[in-house]
Design a protein. Structure first.
Length: 261
């Protein structure tokens, strides 16, 4: 994912007022969280937004990962109440604090995706608390994840992040580098490689986004054929471009701003 100074919905801003997001004052609000911006979560709005997104993906089996990294427990609980079971976080220590404070039933029945740049020194805690790590971007990190997963007697599900736009400010493998390391990565005993993750450049034209997403799909297909593996997951698309990602073969979309504001 983006390096620590960047984020999934990078253009989300708030001055702390509900009116900034067009939210009616007579709705039920969950108290503003202490982790991110002071944004109140409107449960009814989350349900309405989810219904709209589900209409867009009605004829697919795509999974929605609700990106709650800007918010606190309020967003996770509102998403869970609306029917969401996959949640994405990118700030390791803050995310773990939130997960540990969730009610047992929510925590046990949810799948937590780590979608941010992961430093090796935080990998152990992330493996312990997250079900899927979508942002594996080096052999060093893959080995660390596998090592910690083996200690916990689990097989961590991972996606390999590919930066096919070559953006210097983003983490991720080049296609050439990933191809060179792929055989060693899939041989690690503590991880299960599910597929690839990609993020399009912010502000890119729709045809360029479609080209980049299509390129990731084709690269996935090449890896499957070359290494005789199955990579069922393609995590592509966020609030601004998930419809393009859907057309280009995404199986996971990561939605934050469009769901919660």
């Amino acid at each position: 994912m983006l390096k620590p100074s960047q984020s999934e919905d990078a253009n989300l801003t708030s001055t702390g007022g509900d009116s900034d997001f067009g939210i009616s004052q007579n709705k039920e609000f969950i108290p503003a969280n202490q982790w991110g911006q002071e944004v109140s979560i409107n449960r009814d709005l989350v349900k309405s937004n989810l219904r709209e997104i589900q209409k867009d993906i009605a004829h697919s089996k795509i999974k929605i990962v609700a990106v709650t990294k800007y918010f606190g427990l309020d967003a996770i609980l509102a998403g869970y109440e609306a029917g969401i079971r996959n949640f994405g976080e990118s700030r390791a220590l803050e995310a773990i604090e939130k997960i540990e404070k969730l009610p047992d039933d929510v925590r046990q029945n949810s799948t937590f995706h780590f979608i941010g740049h992961l430093q090796s020194n935080k990998a152990e805690k992330v493996v312990e608390h997250f079900n899927v790590i979508e942002s594996v971007d080096s052999m060093k990190l893959a080995r660390k994840i596998s090592e910690y997963a083996c200690r916990l007697n689990k097989k961590e599900k991972v996606l390999l992040q590919v930066n096919n736009a070559g953006e210097a400010q983003k983490s991720g493998y080049s296609k050439e580098a990933l191809r060179a390391e792929f055989k060693d990565i899939i041989s690690l005993s503590g991880i299960e490689v599910l597929g690839l993750m990609n993020m399009a450049p912010i502000g890119a034209a729709e045809d360029e986004i479609a080209r980049l997403f299509g390129d990731i799909r084709e690269f996935r297909d090449e890896l499957e054929k070359e290494f005789n593996v199955t990579l069922p997951e393609l995590s592509m698309g966020m609030s601004n471009d998930y419809k393009i990602a859907l057309r280009e073969g995404a199986t996971i979309i990561r939605i934050g701003r469009k769901l919660f504001t």
